[in-house]
Write a protein that binds this ligand. Structure first.
Ligand code: AMP
Length: 209
């Protein structure tokens, strides 16, 4: 059973690669950030708590993130494996998570900070089906319109330069040590994330061949 964590800086392509690999392996791709944004959109108490942290580019409290992810992993579609993007992001979350879960792979998509800022500043997402586009690298057929449904393409509120820098800072100080921990456990797979979507997907796929 594959229990896969996808890691990497903002804009490395975690969500995109998670979706591709999920189809390949026939298991769900679960995004911590998307789960949080769903809570916000649904107006739940958890969402209300999460919103100010997300808008400021800081991490939501560990207990909140952990409770949302644990609840999600108990759903029936995750019984035969899963791919998780965006969790754990700090050592404390990793330690708590590892008390009850044994991940089989941690895939680290590596890009530079400059690539990260460039990719995120052109990132848009459908407000209906949530699929993502990048105006320069994965452009939609029609400006502002989704290719797959009648939704509109919008920017994420936290994809603005100051907040991107803040999120990258957290990535380097807090999340990189988590990757080091998985490296020590012998489950870390480093992948160069700087190519196009298909090139990176091919490299990720090789891990499972
Ligand atoms: P993402 O979509 O992965 O870029 O996440 C967007 C925002 O959600 C982050 O900037 C955090 O505020 C919050 N978030 C996502 N994952 C976590 C996590 N594991 N722990 C705490 N906050 C998180």
């Amino acid at each position: 059973m594959n229990k896969i964590l996808i890691m990497g800086p903002q804009g490395a392509g975690k969500g995109t690669q998670a979706e591709i690999l999920a189809k390949e392996l026939n298991i769900p791709a679960i995004s911590m950030g998307a789960l949080l944004r769903d809570e916000i959109a649904g107006g739940s108490e958890k969402g209300l708590e999460a919103k100010s942290y997300i808008d400021g580019g800081t991490l939501v409290p560990d207990d909140l993130a952990l409770s949302i992810i644990q609840e999600r992993l108990t759903k029936s579609d995750a019984a035969n494996g899963w791919i998780l993007d965006g969790f754990p992001r700090i050592l404390k979350q990793a330690d708590l998570f590892l008390e009850s879960v044994e991940p089989t792979h941690a895939i680290l998509l590596e890009i530079t900070d400059d690539q990260s800022v460039e990719r995120l500043s052109g990132r848009v997402q459908c407000n209906k089906c949530r699929c993502g586009f990048q105006l320069k690298y994965v452009p939609p057929k029609e400006n502002d319109k989704c290719d797959h449904c009648d939704g509109n393409l919008v920017r994420r509120s936290d994809d603005v330069p100051e907040v991107i820098r803040q999120r990258l800072e957290i990535y380097h100080t807090e999340t990189e040590p988590v990757a080091d921990k998985f490296e020590g456990m012998g489950i870390l797979y480093r992948v160069d994330g700087s190519g196009n979507v298909e090139e990176v997907a091919e490299k990720v796929k090789k891990i499972f061949e």
